[in-house]
Design a protein around this ligand. Structure first.
Ligand code: SP5
Ligand code: ZN
Length: 351
C-alpha cells in the first residue's frame, strides 16, 4: 500500500460552521487526516518520521480546469480577501444572497459581481473559505493525481490518496458540503484522458451521495459512477435510485440509497450486489473509491450504523474485484475512529 500525503491540507482550517442556526466546531478538520497517519504508525504501515509517505508532484491547474471553470477558480483564490475587505468575519466566507440560478439568469449572464459571487459559487453554507482554502484544495487535487500516476505506473500496487479538503460534492462552479475541487472526478478524467487506462468505475461509499461527481459524468459511459448513501439526507436533491444516467450515460450511474440506521449486514449485501453488477456488466480496468468513513455508527454527521469490523469486510469485497484500486479520502468525522476504520478498509491490501 502506498500513501500520498501533503501537509498543506492544514492550510484549510475553518474554525466554525453554521448548523441548525448555531455556530459549531468545523467538523472537516485537520485531525481527520492526521489521525489516519497516527493509526498508520501504530500499525507500522509507516514509521515515526513518516518517510514512506509520498509527496504530491505538481500537475498544474490544467486538469482542474477540465472540470471547473476559470471564474470559479478565480473566485476561490480571492473570496477570503474580498470578504475581509468588506468587513467579513475571520470565521470565513459565509454567503448570504443566492441567485436561484434559473430565475436570476434567465435573461442575462450575471454572476452578481463581488457581492453576489459568494452565493453564486456555492450550493450551501458547509464549505467555509478561509485564507489557505485555495492552496489546500489545489494540493488535494495534486495528491489525488499523483496517486493515479503511481497506480498506473507500478504493478501490484494500491494507493491511498489522503486528499483534504474532500471533493465529491463540488460541481464545475460550485463548492458545497466541505468540498471545493472534485478530486475524484478530476482524477477519473485524468486516468481516462491522459493515462489512457480504459474503463474506470467510481465507487462512492461516503455516507453522502456524490452529487458533484455524478453530475460531471451523467451523460457519459466512462467513468461509471456508483454510490451507496443515506436516503433523504444531504445533499437532498440527488441520489434516488431512479437516477441512472442519460443518453450514452444511461445505465452508467448507479444509486443505492439506504435508510438511516442501516447496519453492517444490509450495507455489505448492497455493496456486494453493486460490485458484482460492475464486474459483470461494466468490466472496468481500474476502480477509484471515493472513501468516506462517515457511515460509521458513531459518526457525528452520517446516520448509518456500521461497525469498525464492517470496514474490514468492505475492504475484502473491493479486493475481490481483482482490480487496481485508487482510494481517495472523502468524509468521515468520528475523529477517534477514522484512523482505525480507514485502515481497516485497506487491511486486505497490505502486502
Ligand atoms: C464530504 C462530506 O462528507 N460532506 C458532508 C457535508 C454534510 N453537511 C451537511 C450536514 C447536514 C446536517 N446534518 C446534521 C446531522 C446531525 N446528526
Ligand atoms: Zn460524507
Amino acid at each position: 500500500l502506498k500513501i500520498v500525503y501533503s501537509e498543506k491540507h492544514k492550510k484549510h482550517n475553518p474554525t466554525r460552521e453554521f448548523i441548525l442556526g448555531r455556530f459549531e466546531k468545523y467538523k472537516e478538520c485537520e485531525k481527520r487526516v492526521e489521525n489516519i497517519l497516527i493509526e498508520a504508525k501504530k500499525r507500522r504501515l509507516i514509521s515515526a518520521n513518516q518517510q514512506e509517505l509520498i509527496k504530491p508532484t505538481d500537475h498544474g491547474l490544467k486538469h482542474i480546469l477540465k472540470l471547473h471553470s476559470q471564474d470559479y477558480v478565480d473566485y476561490l483564490k480571492t473570496a477570503y480577501k474580498n470578504w475581509l475587505r468588506i468587513g467579513g468575519s475571520e470565521v470565513g466566507v459565509f454567503p448570504a444572497d443566492f441567485p436561484v440560478r434559473d430565475f436570476a439568469n434567465k435573461h442575462r449572464e450575471n454572476k452578481g459581481g463581488n457581492g453576489g459571487s459568494r452565493g453564486y459559487y456555492t450550493s450551501g453554507l458547509h464549505s467555509v473559505i478561509v485564507e489557505g482554502t485555495f492552496e489546500a484544495a489545489y494540493e488535494a487535487v495534486q495528491v489525488a493525481l499523483t496517486a493515479a500516476d503511481i497506480l498506473v505506473k507500478e504493478d501490484n500496487t494500491h494507493v491511498l490518496a489522503l486528499s483534504r479538503p474532500p471533493g465529491h460534492h463540488a460541481h464545475g462552479d460550485l463548492c458545497g458540503g466541505y468540498c471545493f475541487f472534485n478530486n475524484a472526478a478530476i482524477t477519473a478524467k485524468y486516468l481516462i484522458d491522459e493515462l489512457k487506462v480504459g474503463k474506470v468505475a467510481i465507487l462512492d461509499i461516503d455516507y453522502h451521495h456524490g452529487n458533484g461527481t455524478q453530475e460531471f459524468f451523467y451523460s457519459q459511459n466512462n467513468p461509471l459512477y456508483a454510490s451507496i448513501h443515506g436516503e433523504n439526507d444531504y445533499p437532498y436533491y440527488w441520489g434516488s435510485a431512479s437516477e441512472k444516467g442519460t443518453g450514452q450515460g444511461l445505465g452508467y450511474t448507479i444509486n443505492r440509497p439506504l435508510k438511516k440506521g442501516t447496519k453492517d449486514e444490509e450495507y455489505l449485501k448492497t455493496l456486494k450486489e453493486i460490485l458484482e453488477n460492475i464486474k459483470l456488466n461494466f468490466k472496468p480496468n481500474l476502480i477509484l473509491i471515493s472513501l468516506g468513513l462517515d457511515t460509521f455508527e458513531k459518526d457525528p454527521v452520517g446516520n448509518f450504523k456500521l461497525s469498525s469490523n464492517c470496514y474490514l469486510q468492505i475492504g475484502k469485497l473491493i479486493k475481490g474485484l481483482n482490480l487496481k484500486c485508487l482510494f481517495l479520502l472523502e468524509g468521515g468525522y468520528a475523529l477517534e475512529n477514522i484512523g482505525e476504520n480507514c485502515l481497516n478498509v485497506l487491511h486486505a491490501f497490505n502486502d
